[in-house]
Design a protein around this ligand. Structure first.
Ligand SMILES: NC(=O)c1ccc[n+]([C@@H]2O[C@H](COP(=O)([O-])OP(=O)(O)OC[C@H]3O[C@@H](n4cnc5c(N)ncnc54)[C@H](OP(=O)(O)O)[C@@H]3O)[C@@H](O)[C@H]2O)c1
Length: 324
């Protein structure tokens, strides 16, 4: 790897917002935000399918339509976020084969996510614990990846969590470590609600991560920064893939005509900004026009402590003294 290239580790780069954001990185087009100096990038995409012919052809098409003097190379690494074994193998792969003593991760983007039509406990761990798949893929998998990779982030690195304004939806219900199991066991917590819940817990994780970085990099100097993204409602992606095809077509060709939706290139630009805009301060929750406020309870240190303890008890987080 060219030592001057920026090392990017990315989940969910094979479709939808992630694919479009990587296309923007390759395009290297002028942006409406600060993004200088610009770099070459070496991108490692964790993906369920590692046959990358179509992906490389897509990126080559972007390169040809928007020639750039900068080089963005993309590689696929096997990763299934619904499998703890696969997440551990991916993290080990990154640690053993990608990161070098003089090359840490410059940008880590945790973008992959799902919505299911009906909640189901399909994620089974080797120790026989079972988890609802939305919560595991959208949130718990991110905690595990951060637990394994945070120590190899570059001191001036950036971590991007792709969140959602839907994290505000469960606000009328008491969502806490003590209620989450019940909330996910059916009833009105069907697929889309489980999605909102997973994004709420992810938003707590975002602030837990910010605190953890301050703990591990205590000096005032360079430390990794963390940004969460609200891409807006983007019906063109494959997120609703479990819904009937007719609804997906309506989403893609009808809903996109309405102003309450966000065009895919605009949403991709918000993710790109989260990745490369060095003027963003750590802890920014970024929407299409700039910083926005997360749900008020995400600023509550007592709630954050409860969620942190929950992640640690599950074995999906390491904090302070536990860190090697
Ligand atoms: N679209 C929206 O309106 C919207 C709004 C707010 C937030 N978001 C967030 O944006 C992110 C991207 O969503 P999207 O709309 O771009 O959806 P998408 O088109 O369905 O893309 C999802 C990406 O995640 C990957 N992925 C899903 N499950 C995975 C697993 N088990 N292991 C590894 N990779 C997995 C998919 O890989 P495959 O190619 O293998 O399927 C794909 O690359 C999500 O976090 C979503 O919550 C989306």
């Amino acid at each position: 790897m060219d030592p001057m290239s920026k090392l990017v580790v990315f989940t969910g780069g094979t479709a939808g917002l992630g694919l479009a954001a990587l296309g923007k990185l390759i395009e290297n087009a002028p942006t409406n935000f600060e993004a200088t100096p610009r770099f070459n990038y070496e991108v490692y995409i964790g993906a369920r399918s590692t046959s990358d012919g179509a992906l490389q052809a897509h990126f080559e098409g972007v390169r040809q339509s928007s020639p750039s003097p900068l080089e963005v190379k993309a590689h696929l690494l096997p990763l299934d976020l619904a499998s703890l074994d696969s997440i551990e193998r991916f993290a080990q792969d990154v640690l053993s084969n990608i990161v070098k003593p003089n090359k840490k991760i410059d940008i880590l983007v945790l973008n992959a996510g799902i919505v299911v039509r009906n909640v189901r406990k399909t994620v089974k761990l080797p120790d026989n614990r079972e988890f609802e798949s939305t919560l595991f893929v959208n949130t718990l998998s991110q905690a595990v990846l951060l637990k394994r990779l945070l120590h190899v982030m570059a001191d001036d690195g950036r971590i991007v969590l792709v969140g959602s304004e839907k994290h505000k939806v469960p606000a009328k219900t008491v969502v806490a470590p003590s209620t989450i199991e019940d909330l996910l066991s059916g009833g009105k917590w069907e697929g889309r609600n489980a999605y909102g819940l997973s994004k709420l817990v992810q938003m707590h994780l975002f602030f837990i991560l910010k605190d953890e970085i301050n703990r591990r990099w205590p000096s005032e100097g360079n430390k990794p920064s963390v940004v969460a993204i609200s891409p807006g409602f983007v019906p063109e992606t494959k997120l609703a893939r479990e819904w009937p095809w007719i609804l997906q077509l309506i989403g893609r060709y009808v809903l996109t005509l309405f102003p309450f939706t966000t065009p895919l290139p605009v949403a991709a630009n918000t993710i790109l900004r989260g990745m490369v805009d060095t003027t963003l301060s750590s802890g920014t929750y970024l929407g299409r026009t700039g910083a926005i406020a997360p749900l008020e309870e995400c600023n509550d240190p007592t709630k954050r402590d409860e969620w942190r303890s929950w992640f640690v008890e599950l074995g999906f987080w390491k904090t302070g003294a536990d860190v090697n």
